[in-house]
Structure formats: C-alpha cells, structure tokens
Ligand binder design. Structure first.
Ligand code: F6R
Length: 604
C-alpha cells in the first residue's frame, strides 16, 4: 500500500531524509515513487514509475539543503503505474504539492468541476483533485484554511499531506481513516504513514486520530478535529528496536521473519500463560463479554482468514462454542445476522485492512461486540474495535505474512483454552504445554535443511495441490496461498477426502501434491487419500507428525516432532512457509515484494 513521508525543518536536507524514509517504507509494496521539495516559490518534483532505484538518478535534478518536502510510494488504484500518475501531484501553477493514500470516492465529479473552471489535469489519479482544489481555495495564501475547505469536499477513506512553496514553513496533514503519524524532532518534524520511516531520526511520535487536520511546523504540531476544535494527541515513545526492522543478515526479510518465529512466540505467550492457567485479563476481552458469548463470528482477509479457520477448529473443539469464519470482503456485504451474543472477532496483522475495518464497523452498527487480534499497535482496527489483543510479532516487513500468522494462531489457541476453562472443559495439560512451543519451533526449524532441495524440485512445476483434513486442511489453505503469492505457482488447497468427488481427475503422472498429516484421529484416512493420488502417478511431498505410526510411501517426507495436534498448527506452518520461500528463491522471484501485492491493503 502507498507510503507517505514528510519533512519540515528550520534547516536541513529534506531530500536525503525523504529518500531514506521512502526506502524504509518499501516493504509496504509500491509501483512508483516521488518526492517534492518547496524551493524559491515553486515546487521541485522528481517522480518515476518503478522502484526507488529508478527514482534515485532523477534526484540529481532537485536542490539540496531544502528543509521542506514530501515523498510517496504509490500502489496503483486509480490509473496505471506510470510516471505521471506517481505522486506527488501539483496544482496548475506548480506551487502546491500533495501526496495521498487511500481513495477519493467523488473524484470524478470534482475533476469535472475543476476542469470546467479551467484547471488542467495531467494524471488519471483521484489524488490530483486535491492540489487543484487547494489552488482554487487559496492554498498559496492560507494552506491550512484551504485544506479545511478541501477536506469538506472530499469523500472516501484517505490521508494526505499538502505543502505550498509560498508557505515554506509548514506541512498540513489530514487523516480520514488511512494512518498518519507525526515524528517529533528538535527544530524539525516528520510525518509518515508508518513510524519506521522516521525511526532513525526520532522515537517520539504522536498518532493522528481519524478526522484530524494537523498543521506541522518545525517547532509545533497544531491539531484540529474534524469539527475544527483544537485537540491534543499525547506523544509517546516508540519502543521498536530499529534492528527489528532490518534483515538481520538474512537474504530476505521473509526468511528472517520465518526464523525469528520461536522468539516472537515467546513474546506472544509472555505474561499470558502462567503455569496451568491463562491470564485472562491479558487477552483484552473482559469477563463481562466472555461470559455472554453464544457464538463467534471471525472476519479477516488472506492469511489472517486462514488463521481464523484454525481458530474455529480450536474454539469449537476445546470450548464447544460455535464459530463461523468469513472473508471480510464478503462478510461486509452479506447482511449478516448478528446480535449482542455474537462476538465478532477480527484478525489482522496490519490493522488497516479496509474490508476487515468495514466488517467491524458493520458489526458495531448491528450491536455485536467486536474484538480484534492485531499486530500493529495503534492501528485503526485496534482503535475502532471494542476490545483488542496484540499478537506481539514485531514489524513484519516481507509482504508474505509468516510470523504474524503464527502469533495469530497462538493468540487464538490461548483464547480457546481460556474459553474452554470457563465453560468447564479446562485443558491444563495443553496450557502447560504452550510454553514448549518456542523450543519445539527451534527444533523444527533446525531440522528443515532438506527443504531447500525439496523446493528445488517443486520450483519447476506450475500447478500444485495442497491437501489435508480438519486443521491440516486449514494449514493447507495457508500453504497454498504462500506458494502462490511468492513463487507464482498456481496452487489449490483441497480437503483430502473430497478429492475423489471430482478433482482426482486432474491427478496424473508427476502432478505435485503436498499432503499435511498432523491430526492423529484422521491420519489413517489422509494416508488413504495419499495412496489414491500416488496410485495415479502424483509426486507427493508429505509433512507428517513423526509420532504417527504409519509408513509414508511418498516422494519427499518431512517428519516433525509435534505435541498435541491442537498445539501443532504454528509448528506445522514452518515447513509450509519454508517450502514456499525456497521455491520462490529457486525461481528467482522478488520474495519480499511479490508482484501486484501490497503489505497493507487499505482499499477495497
Ligand atoms: C499473505 C498476506 C495477506 C494478508 C491479508 C490481510 O501473506 O499477508 O493475505 O494476510 O492481506 O492483511 P492483514 O492481516 O494486515 O489484515
């Protein structure tokens, strides 16, 4: 998703900061980038389609030592990724510049109105209406006043920054849904869509609330609410270790994030699991709510949805609470049946996924309590849900979600065990065993060296099936998404027992099938399904619990030392993630920033 960065100082080199800041936002995924500086009464602009390496040589045309500027990484929504559609966008006179995240829904009508008034548009974007409106409302004379007028005209979910070369001491920042954070320096302030952009410069920050308009000058941040009242947003210190946001010696962020999972599992369990009980208060959902739950409705997207599928199995089997799981983009338009006894549980790494946010907003309108399982502290989902629990996975930089997913699984496991205990189905054996997971994770990761070669074989394929039953099927769903998104191999997950009802017709000599077997109750059944595909010539990669007694007549075998199947999902995810990772590496793909994808999907 798009990234925003801004710099306003008494002095200093905005250009260097903005380019470095954009580099730190690269993980969000983008297809063009640009920078605008306010200099000598005009805006100096450099922007280009493609990665920052394409932009970098163009920066030579921009002046150094200018202390006001804004930058942007764009992920195309309105208009193709081109040089002209890249942000920043300017007004007709070239004195006002803006960068924008999100969508202006009524841009077509505004654009027609502005063209009728004589404004000239050069891009296909929705964004470009903003600088032209600012021009029309006198932004060069009073940027803040013009922004206030303009944001009354815009509908949609967005955030933007505006500068005017005629007022070179200020950035005006607007937040309507998409996140914006101000970094507080000495004689300089920064604005960004993500703290990571300014972390090397300052750890003091404040988060703009929805509806805020901020006037950011080198020494002050003046915030007005949507209604125009002055507001105070409490500064806080960002405690992320900058090292966490670096690759730590691994070739890719994704590999680093896979390998650090045992550590983040420790962070996730910390303070929440003590001996044979869960510290319920640490799960963020008060007893007054937990005791009323009759049904749970999980909403999420992509990988987080797959975590929800595992969560459903855990909560139904352990706590005997009925659980439905919905893809958020569907749920929000399904006119769902909700009531105060249905807990709507939203799962999200970023906490900014538009469909998930809309689902939670709908749930609240319908009177259902909302509870978010989120990784990003201070994210919109965390702030807009009634209750929140954080997964503590740390910043996840690779677009493909790995550690965020497995920490979601752990939080859902803790929740299921707590709800089970409160409903008279306590499993203190499982609670005690939770703390064995980080060490088991280390062991599993250490045992998976052979996956590199197994992936080399898979890398030559163009279609692959992932099969399993029960929780293993939910894991198969995640396995197939991982290989699709980073290795660009078409993949399909199937309940193993369902193959013979049609899909088995596709199995022929050499068809690759990844089978997952960790559920002891169904192992024999899944083995039969493996034999069915083997008999038709399939080449099988099997990921199995080493404790199972069966023989596995497969082509590539990964045996995992697993605890109870209800505690195993996060461990079983590890080989699935590594298989996708190494397959993508062998195919020479851009593992951390796969094509067409963004880390945070803040548009529908
Ligand atoms: C896949 C992936 C996506 C996200 C999905 C939801 O690896 O990362 O499928 O899981 O876009 O994002 P969040 O969790 O931020 O709501």
């Amino acid at each position: 998703m798009c990234g925003i960065v801004g710099f306003v100082g008494h002095q200093g080199d905005a250009l260097t900061f903005l380019f470095e800041g954009l580099k730190r936002l690269e993980y969000r995924g983008y297809d063009s980038a640009g920078i605008a500086l306010a200099t000598n009464g005009a805006v100096a602009l450099a922007k280009a389609q493609g990665k920052l390496a394409v932009l970098e040589p163009l920066l030579g045309t921009l002046p150094r030592g200018v202390p006001l500027g804004i930058g942007h990484t764009r992920w195309a929504t309105h208009g193709r990724p081109t040089d002209l559609n890249a942000h920043p966008h300017t007004d007709c006179r070239g004195t006002i510049a803006t960068v924008h995240n999100g969508i202006i829904e009524n841009y077509q009508e505004l654009r027609s109105e502005l063209i009728a008034q004589g404004h000239t548009f050069v891009s296909d974007t929705d964004t470009e209406v903003i600088p032209h409106l600012l021009e029309a409302y006198g932004g060069d004379e009073d940027l803040l006043g013009a922004v206030r007028e303009v944001e009354r005209r815009l509908s949609g979910a967005y955030a933007f920054l505006a500068i005017s070369a005629k007022q070179p001491d200020r950035i005006v920042a607007v937040r309507r849904s998409s996140p914006l954070i101000v970094g507080l320096g000495e004689g300089v302030n920064y604005v960004a869509s993500d703290v990571g952009a300014f972390l090397p410069k300052t750890r003091r920050a404040l988060v703009l609330e929805n509806g805020d308009v901020a006037l950011v000058t080198p020494d002050a941040v003046e915030i007005q609410t949507q209604e125009g009242a002055l507001a105070h947003r409490a500064p806080f210190t960002v405690d992320w270790d900058i090292k966490q946001a670096e690759r730590g010696g691994y070739a890719h962020f994704m590999l680093k994030e896979i390998m650090e999972q045992p550590d983040v599992w420790t962070d996730c369990l910390m303070g929440r699991v003590r001996g044979d009980h869960i510290e319920a208060g640490e799960l963020g959902l008060p007893w007054s709510q937990r005791k009323n739950i009759r049904r749970i409705q999980i909403v999420a997207a992509g990988t987080a949805y797959h975590a929800g599928l595992v969560g459903k199995a855990l909560m139904e089997r352990l706590a005997r609470i009925p659980v439905d799981v919905a893809v958020a983009s569907e749920f929000r338009y399904q006119n769902p049946v909700l009531d105060p006894g249905t807990l709507v549980l939203a799962i999200s790494q970023s906490g900014e996924t538009a469909d998930t946010l809309a689902s939670v907003s709908l749930a609240r309108q319908l009177g259902a309590p909302t509870y978010a399982v989120v990784n990003t502290v201070g994210s919109t989902l965390a702030r807009e849900s009634d209750y929140v629990v954080y997964t503590h996975a740390g910043p996840e930089i690779a677009v493909a979600s790995t550690k965020a997913y497995t920490t979601q699984l752990l939080v859902l496991t803790m929740l299921a065990l707590q709800l089970a205990a409160e409903r008279g189905h306590a499993r203190s054996d499982l609670v005690r065993a939770l703390w064995s997971l980080p060490a088991l994770g280390e062991q599993v990761l250490a045992s998976l060296g052979k996956i590199v070669e197994m992936a080399r074989r898979l890398a030559t394929e163009s279609d692959v099936f992932y099969v399993g039953r029960g929780i293993d099927y939910a894991l198969a769903m995640e396995g197939q998404l991982k290989i699709k998104e980073i290795a660009y191999i078409h993949a399909e997950a199937y309940p193993a027992g369902e193959l013979k009802h049609g899909t088995l017709a596709l199995i022929e000599e050499g068809t690759p099938v990844v089978a997952i077997v960790t559920d002891r109750v169904m192992a024999e059944k899944t083995l039969s399904n493996i034999l069915e595909v083997k008999a038709r010539g399939a080449e099988v990669w099997a990921i199995v619990d080493a404790g199972l007694p069966q023989e596995w007549p497969v082509d590539h075998l990964i045996r995992l030392d697993l605890p109870d199947p209800l505690l195993s999902p996060a461990l079983t995810a590890l080989p699935l993630q590594l298989l996708a990772y190494w397959t993508a590496v062998h195919r020479g793909q851009d593992v951390d920033q796969p094509r067409n994808l963004a880390k945070s999907v803040t548009v529908e």
